[in-house]
Ligand binder design. Structure first.
Ligand code: MEV
Length: 327
């Protein structure tokens, strides 16, 4: 028996970085997905990964990675999923070998939650092999794996990949699902600069250690934007949403997580008719997002191409993790 799970990536509309400390963030699941197909191995406890559309495959024997295709260092990208798979089996008190196939159309290390989507899908698929898990269990186990690899993440990424839709996420508080009157078009621009969320979160923490009052003020203002943004989102008030995105981008720049290329993309989008544009995710490269009336999306797409970046017109993914058995 094989089990397959898919989980969506995400775009943070408001509240990245501030959510690590306090206050809410608003996050949208996007219709770019990670897919995992898992099956048990009978003869050993190795965990094999086939990530061949990313150009690599290999296996873990314990914690040691051996490459089959691609350089050894590429195995680092798989550690989170190996841990997610092991923690899932621990949950059932089982030790088994696994074959895991990973496929994803979410750009990697770009702030769109590819790692959490694949962790959630790994837990979902492996869990299904041993009897199945609730969404809450999937989310919690995926978070345990994310913590080992990504330092001290807020938990926003594994929650949105598990539950989908539009969520208000705040550490220690109950998730709030946002009902939109209607979906709105938005566009993501990928700067093609890879970056590490862990390093960027640490950079903000270091800056906060040096300038606590200043940085706490910025964090509180971003949290306030999320609160106002939620109202604007519910009202379908795109002009206000755009203003709030623009201010949020300025505050993220003040935290030191934007780069010149993202700023250029953000300004090019605004100049092509976006209501607002901001970086999304941890920054330092990765992606920006813009919202606009449908008739302006095409010119924003072109503007992003002109910045030598890749536009993705995306929709909200209303479903989170989805699991099926393949007999
Ligand atoms: C990463 O998707 C969002 C950050 O706020 C980090 C986190 O919340 O764990 C930058």
């Amino acid at each position: 028996m094989q089990a397959e799970a898919t989980a969506p990536g995400k775009a943070i509309l408001f509240g990245e970085h501030s959510v690590v400390y306090r206050g809410p963030a608003i996050v949208l699941a996007v219709d770019k997905k990670g897919k995992v197909i898992a099956e048990k191995r009978d003869n050993d406890n190795r965990i094999y990964f086939d990530a061949l559309d990313l150009g690599f495959s290999g296996y873990f024997d314990g914690d040691k990675y051996t490459s089959i295709t691609g350089a050894d260092w590429r195995g680092e990208r798989l550690v989170a999923f190996m841990i997610a798979a092991k923690k899932t089996m621990e949950n059932f008190d089982i030790e088994s070998g696994l074959n895991i196939k990973i496929r994803s159309d979410i750009p990697i290390a770009a702030g769109l939650g590819s790692s959490a989507a694949l962790s959630v899908a790994t837990v979902g698929a492996v869990g299904e092999l041993f009897g199945g898990l609730s969404k809450e269990e999937i989310c919690n186990i995926a978070y345990e794996g994310e913590k080992v690899v990504h330092g001290n993440p807020s938990g926003i990424d594994n929650n949105i990949s598990t539950y989908g839709g539009v969520l208000v996420y705040e550490k220690g508080k109950e998730l709030q699902r946002v009902k939109l009157g209607e979906d709105f078009p938005f566009i993501i621009g990928d700067s093609k600069r890879k970056r590490s969320t862990k390093k960027l979160v640490r950079r903000v923490r270091d800056l906060r250690d040096r300038q606590p009052e200043l940085i706490d003020g910025i964090i509180d203002n971003i949290a306030r934007i999320s609160v106002q943004g939620l109202e604007a989102l519910k009202d379908g008030d795109f002009r206000t949403l755009g203003d709030l995105m623009n201010v949020n981008h300025g505050l993220l720049s003040a935290l030191g997580v934007s780069i010149a290329k993202l700023d250029t993309m953000v300004h090019a989008s605004r100049g092509s008719g976006a209501y607002g544009a901001k970086l999304t995710g941890a920054g330092g490269g990765g992606c920006m997002m813009a919202i606009a009336d449908a008739q302006n999306i095409r010119s924003i797409e072109k503007a992003i191409w002109r910045c030598r970046s890749i536009p993705h017109v995306v929709n909200i993914a209303h479903e989170g993790v989805q699991i099926r058995r393949i007999e």
